[in-house]
Design a protein around this ligand. Structure first.
Ligand SMILES: [Zn+2]
Length: 127
């Protein structure tokens, strides 16, 4: 599986991710739409942070089960942990995901123009 190197804007946060990135997810929830965030989901152990966790801060909102990790210096979001489904969402068939959503814009070797976009209707979820 390919290994991609990624970073925030200032370089204080650097990471590697094992992933065969063949699409990107575009979520329409309140925060992803403002960020124009494009992500690719990987297993928890596919992400290796090469810089200290202390270079980042975490933003939580809504159900407070998602973790948005930001560089403390430049404010870039290299990756996030998606929210856990609420019991109501689980009953509707939303499956839990325990990995990371990587911000594909933080991987410079990825050509976003060539990747299909999968639209995720996050606005319907509790987040
Ligand atoms: Zn930074």
């Amino acid at each position: 599986m390919p290994i991609h190197s990624g970073s925030c804007h200032c370089g204080a946060v650097r990471f590697e991710v094992n992933a065969d990135i063949d699409h990107v997810r575009a979520c329409d929830c309140s925060i992803c739409s403002k960020r124009r965030l494009l992500t690719f989901r990987v297993r928890r152990d596919a992400l290796r942070l090469l810089t200290p966790w202390e270079t980042m801060t975490v933003y939580k909102w809504g159900t407070r089960t998602a973790e948005d990790h930001f560089c403390r210096t430049c404010g870039m979001l290299p990756f996030r942990k998606p929210s856990r489904p609420t019991p109501e969402e689980t009953a509707k068939g939303v499956t839990p995901f325990d990995g990371w959503a990587i911000n594909v814009r933080c991987i410079e070797t990825i050509d976003l123009a060539t990747l299909p976009r999968v639209v995720v209707e996050g606005r319907r979820l509790s987040i």
